[in-house]
Design a protein around this ligand. Structure first.
Ligand code: SAH
Length: 263
């Protein structure tokens, strides 16, 4: 006997999977199972090879980031590929760095698929901002230092007005919020100048590149010296910039390691 499901739903399905910040051990079990069950995987640039290696040997792997060949595959084409594969009955996993719904254009992909009548599941991943700060051993919130946290992008669509850094600086100062800035390294000079309108130049800042990977590097500095410090250290994308007093413990530890160890 054929079940209703098989008769009525010949198409495959699609799951947006968060691959986390890079370290394969930071994958969720749910993400791992979805990757192992996929017949087609569409993979972003920031997903590490060790994670892609969890896929079945016969799965079709399509790299849709810069390493796929061109500068980066246009979003509309990625969405079309996903749609076609689902309609061909494939189990499609769209593998995205960090969390699919944090600056990953996951929202747009889900909207597109749902508009085409396809059900999409989303599996969270550990977002880079969270992993980057944790890798320094500091929390994003702290009863004495920060009452909340803002994840914000330093990069906006061409033509957009972009983030209102002045308003954000003012709010972060008054409400004691940690700022976690994605895609901010290339615009660090502008972000620094705007944030200085509302935050003191002495505000501690950390910049973490390749968080959770063996190639991870970081610097700690102050808001007043941010762009120069990034330039001197030669930090580049992918990096997270963290602004706020939660970072002060790391700065102190770097300056007086013995004192902190003893405390
Ligand atoms: N969806 C992703 C973010 C995609 S936007 C997430 O939730 O993490 C891409 C930006 O994320 C990069 O420019 C960088 O700012 C940040 N990023 C991603 N992986 C990173 C890593 N391992 N270390 C530091 N920053 C990272």
């Amino acid at each position: 006997m054929t079940s209703n499901k098989t008769t009525l739903s010949p198409s495959g399905h699609c799951i947006l999977v968060g691959a986390g910040p890079g370290d394969p051990e930071l994958l969720t079990l749910k993400a791992l199972k979805a990757i192992q069950a996929a017949t087609v995987l569409l993979v972003d640039d920031l997903v590490s090879n060790e994670i892609v290696a969890f896929a079945r040997p016969e799965a079709r792997i399509v790299y849709v980031g810069k390493r796929g060949g061109c500068k980066s595959t246009p979003q509309a084409f990625i969405e079309k590929l996903m749609l076609m594969a689902v309609r061909e009955g494939e189990n499609v996993v769209r593998l995205k760095g960090g969390d699919p719904f944090i600056f990953g254009r996951g929202g747009e992909e889900v909207e597109h698929l749902r508009a085409a009548g396809i059900e999409v599941e989303v599996i969270n991943g550990i977002t880079a901002g969270l992993a980057a700060v944790t890798s320094l051993g500091v929390p994003l919130t702290h009863r004495q230092h920060a009452h909340g946290v803002v994840f914000v992008t330093g990069h906006t669509k061409p033509g957009d007005t972009g983030t209102d850094w002045r308003a954000l600086a003012d709010t972060a100062h008054k409400a004691r919020l940690t700022l976690v800035i994605y895609m901010g390294v290339s615009g660090a000079g502008r972000i620094q100048n705007e944030l200085l309108t509302g935050l003191p130049a002495s505000t501690p800042v950390a910049v973490i590149q390749n968080a959770s990977l063996p190639t991870q590097r970081h610097i700690t500095t102050t808001l007043g010296a941010l762009a120069d410090a990034i330039h001197e250290a030669g930090l580049a994308s992918p990096s997270i910039i963290v602004v706020g007093d939660v970072i002060s413990d790391v700065v102190l530890a770097a300056a007086h390691p013995e004192a902190v160890r003893a405390a």
